[in-house]
Ligand binder design. Structure first.
Ligand SMILES: [Zn+2]
Length: 433
């Protein structure tokens, strides 16, 4: 093996996840033994073993793995080679694998795999990359396989370790030495926010204004994001808060019969009466949840309009309840951040659907319906009458959509009323709303 400066030590990294611990051929001693034999075959010796139990290959915060990286990347490190049993032990995320291995390579450290002995040439690199992708795919498959094990854990009264519902946290419970399960306990700060949200909603605020009030108080979601209408709605409908978590309600995306749901009793955050009251209020206050709403018409500029202030997409907003021929009389486009989260996220700038659609069609007309273009098409009808027909045709729904999709890259609405249209062909058009 080529020694790189002072780096000449080989080390081992072995890992099993909690779900894999039962599988014999993956056991930590078996991995370490295979790695040692591999090193011997290459005339080397394993100087140190980094052994990680109970950590998933998709987990970025594996303590032993991070210690290994820290040790190997140190400028004074003597590590030249990290040996794993299989690339999936190193990491199951193909992108993460690339990033980490590139860093290590730059520092002069190789990662070798016992089961996939890649050559140190372009083909080897290609094979390695392929295996990393396969590892990621398998990791996703494993997620499906473990669902049976999760159902079993719930039957035994444990939380199967996935994300805890809002208001709770998952805490480890040692069933017997070496066997750990999880239980749910109340997360007091989240629970306080939940009670606050329920109280505000009962007091008359809609989900959107509840989101706004929480945001104004500086409260954020678990991920540190602003509260939005949809997040509050999810929170208000979380049945776990009443003390019963349902598990396995769906199989392959389909709802299972209620009798097959598993349930787990957890501490209550909201009493059953309050929860039921909020569900009743939601049915009353949100007409969109009741049937009979006019079907929404496909929007001409769907997916093309963006906010000039915050960069979010623009979406359709209705105002006024009058519906004519299945269309709302008053329709607007506005910034998604404002509509979903509130003023704290973006002030938004509302623009009537018709105004924007017309402005864009006018811009397209100026590009499409011109004399030179007309001559290019070698049409021999009198120019003016053909242009007129063209303009009418351009405003037919299906034709307009075709032109929009072919010609327009993006439309940015600035809050001073400027509309900037970027065509796919380059250049740009500016106009006032
Ligand atoms: Zn915005």
């Amino acid at each position: 093996m080529r020694p790189r400066g002072e780096r000449r030590d080989w080390v081992a990294y072995a890992r099993v996840s909690t779900a894999e611990q039962a599988e014999k051929d993956l056991s930590l001693p078996a991995q370490c033994k295979a790695i040692a034999e591999f090193a011997t075959r290459h005339g080397a010796l394993i100087e140190e073993q980094y052994v990680e139990a109970g950590a998933s290959g998709t987990d970025a915060s594996r303590p032993v793995f991070n210690r290994l990286l820290g040790d190997a990347l140190k400028p004074t490190s003597t590590i030249s080679t990290i040996v794993v049993h299989h690339t999936s032990r190193f990491t199951r995320d193909a992108t993460h694998a690339r990033v980490v291995k590139t860093k290590l390579r730059k520092a002069g450290v190789r990662v070798l795999s016992v089961l996939q002995d890649f050559a140190d040439d372009p083909m080897g690199t290609l094979m390695e990359g392929l295996f990393e992708c396969i590892d990621q795919y398998e990791s996703e498959l494993n997620g499906l396989r473990t669902s049976a094990a999760m159902r079993e854990a719930v039957k035994q009264g444990f939380w199967p370790g996935a994300r805890a519902p809002y208001g709770y946290r998952s805490v480890p419970v040692e069933v017997r030495p070496g066997l750990e399960r999880h239980g749910l306990e109340v997360e007091s700060r989240e629970a306080a926010l939940v009670r606050e949200a329920f109280t505000l909603y009962i007091a008359g605020s809609g989900a959107k204004s509840v989101a706004r009030m929480l945001n104004q108080r500086g409260l954020r979601t678990r991920a540190g994001d602003l509260w939005s209408k949809s997040r509050v709605t999810l929170l208000l409908s979380e049945e776990a808060l009443t003390g019963t978590v349902h598990w396995g309600m769906r199989k392959d995306g389909l709802l299972r019969p209620r009798a097959e749901w598993l349930s787990l009793t957890v501490p209550q955050v909201i009493d059953a009466e309050t929860w039921a009251l909020v569900q009743r209020l939601r049915r009353e206050r949100e007409p969109s949840r009741s049937p009979g709403r006019a079907p929404s018409q496909p929007k001409l500029l769907k997916g093309l309009v963006w906010c000039g202030a915050c960069g979010a997409s623009y979406q359709y907003e209705t105002s006024g309840k009058r519906v004519v021929d299945g269309h709302y009389t008053y329709g607007y486009y506005n910034c998604r951040s404002l509509l979903r989260v509130g003023k704290e996220a973006c002030a938004g700038f509302r623009i009537p659907l018709k105004t924007l659609d017309d402005a864009v069609l006018d811009a397209i007309e100026r590009v499409v319906c011109t004399e030179p273009r007309f001559r290019l098409l070698r049409l021999d009808a009198p120019a003016e009458s053909v242009l007129k027909e063209w303009r009418v045709l351009l405003r037919r729904d299906d034709v307009a959509r075709t032109y929009v999709q072919h010609l327009i890259e993006r439309i940015v609405i600035h809050h001073d009323g400027r509309i900037v249209i970027t065509p796919k062909t380059g250049g740009r058009t500016e106009m006032e709303a």
